[in-house]
Write a protein that binds this ligand. Structure first.
Ligand SMILES: Cc1cc2nc3c(=O)[nH]c(=O)nc-3n(C[C@H](O)[C@H](O)[C@H](O)COP(=O)(O)OP(=O)(O)OC[C@H]3O[C@@H](n4cnc5c(N)ncnc54)[C@H](O)[C@@H]3O)c2cc1C
Length: 453
């Protein structure tokens, strides 16, 4: 009999579980209440990176003199930017839908809910119900921005990241609360659009989870670009004023701006799914999962942000794929386990930041013996050609075997270049494997080979 898989939530996790499940021969139903592609396409990864790319074009043009051009001073055209975002979203939704339809996935537009261990009901917007029986169920309902009880988001002056798309106005002075990945990307984005930006950093370092050297590179760039960094300023309140906002910090500092943006994490979309009724365990709202993404009921899986693992689109997609393979009985094949420690991640600031695997600071904290090599992009001919010698490549390897354990890249195209180190970490390649590779000249990738020496 054909295996039946029902998936609730059509973001990267659900889409990937559906595509791979169908490809492996399952009968797949995907229930999505909003837009296929999920928050990743409409609010998170894609619009933010599209806006950052526009900001990048602006700052590139502002540096045009360094490229042997006359200086130009372009400015943001919000109507054009809105059209650009809508165009990208429409194209991605179409291609996502085509892939699913091409695999004969049944797409149901509605809100899904568990009504029994093997039964899911989808309720459409006009109240119609359809019931599905499943051998396996995948929960991939994502997450949404966390709003603290001290902030009243109004979508006008006090915003979450979701209120920033499409941008209605360009804030004169944006106060960003939260200096994790999302916070710093929004600082970078709006600063490159020309807004004055203040950033409340709750600790003494932006990106508190990152290598201090990497965080320091970003901080100095922010300071150079005139971002007002308030370190040790934990947000405790936001008040609307006649023409803007006042943001209060625990240490008594008050920052005035025209708009405030909250970037202080997310919470899972797990309420209303009927989890308690069927006995799926949660922790802080996240579905508790094992290394195969199985919940406390082994035929019900969770993937993506709702699983409480790494909140990255790339991880969500990989989880979805692993779930499909597991449900279809392929889990005994080699390389089927997902190792979150080997996930590459990037921060799309300027300079870009990307890392993978073991960080120098973590190895140091664990007392682990490592070899660290670091080469600045200023030695690279391509960086000079690009008129952008900022940043460096750092490789962490095992001193006795040369196996690459991790690495960080700060600089232009870091998010692309980290792919080389991600492959190396996943495949346990050695520094020699990189040194011996014949790379293209002149490229930024040559710095990777130098750092591997
Ligand atoms: C501003 C921002 C930028 C980001 N940028 C990046 C980036 O550059 N790279 C990266 O890797 N990650 C990025 N992320 C993280 C990334 O967006 C998430 O990790 C990713 O979207 C998680 O995918 P998902 O499938 O779990 O959930 P989602 O993408 O949130 O999709 C979940 C889907 O489930 C649907 N749903 C929810 N409940 C139900 C229900 N009951 N019935 C039916 N449907 C339901 C929702 O409508 C939604 O479509 C960013 C996050 C933010 C906030």
């Amino acid at each position: 009999m054909t295996t039946r898989i029902v998936i609730i939530g059509g973001g990267p996790a659900g889409h990937s579980a559906a595509t791979y499940g169908a490809r492996l021969g399952a009968d797949v139903v995907l229930i999505e209440r909003d837009v296929l592609g999920g928050a990743a396409h409409i609010w998170d990864c894609i619009p933010s990176k599209a806006m950052i790319a526009t900001g990048g074009a602006l700052s590139f043009l502002a540096r045009s003199e360094g490229m042997g051009l006359e200086t130009v001073s372009p400015h943001i055209d919000l109507d054009n930017l809105r059209e650009r975002l809508a165009g990208i979203e429409a194209k991605l939704t179409t291609s996502t839908t085509r892939v699913l339809e091409g695999q004969n996935v049944r797409i149901v537009n509605g809100t899904g809910k568990l009504v029994g261990p093997h039964t899911v009901v989808a309720v459409t917007d006009d109240g119609e119900e359809e019931t599905f029986e499943a051998d396996y169920i995948v929960l991939s309902t994502g997450s949404r921005p966390r709003i603290p009880d001290w902030a009243q988001v109004d979508g006008d002056r006090i915003l979450t990241t979701r209120d920033a798309y499409p941008p209605r106005v360009l804030p004169e002075h944006l106060v960003v609360v939260g200096s994790g990945v999302t916070g710093v990307e929004f600082v970078h984005m709006f600063r490159s659009f020309g807004s004055e930006v203040s950033l409340l950093v709750s600790r003494q370092q932006v990106l508190p989870a990152k290598d201090p050297e990497v965080a320091a590179a970003l901080e100095s760039d922010f300071i150079r670009r005139g971002v007002n960094l308030l370190k040790g300023a934990r947000g405790t309140g936001i008040e609307r004023t006649e023409n803007g906002v006042k943001v209060f910090a625990e240490d008594g500092r008050v920052t005035e701006g025209t708009h405030a943006l909250l970037a202080i994490g997310s919470i899972p979309n797990s309420e209303g799914l009927g989890l308690e009724d069927v006995g799926v365990e949660t922790e802080w709202g996240y579905v508790k999962v094992d290394h195969h993404c199985r919940s406390s009921l082994p035929h019900i899986y969770a993937a993506g942000d709702v699983s409480g693992k790494l909140p990255l689109s790339s991880v969500a997609s990989m989880q979805g794929r692993k779930i499909a393979e597991h449900a279809m009985g392929m889990h005994d094949l080699p390389h089927r386990h997902l190792d979150y420690d080997k996930a590459a991640s990037a921060i799309f600031t300027e300079p870009e930041i990307a890392d993978v695997g073991l960080a120098e600071a973590d190895a140091f904290a664990e007392g682990r013996k490592i070899r660290v090599t670091k080469v600045p992009f200023s030695v690279s001919a391509k960086a000079l050609i690009n008129d952008d010698p900022r940043g460096f490549v750092k490789i962490v390897s095992d001193p006795s075997t040369g196996v690459i354990l991790g690495g960080s890249i700060v600089g232009r195209h870091a998010a692309e270049l980290i792919a080389v180190l991600a492959v190396a970490v996943t495949a346990s390649l050695t520094v020699n494997d990189i040194v011996e590779s014949l790379l293209v000249h002149p490229t930024l990738a040559e710095v990777l080979a130098e750092a591997a020496e």
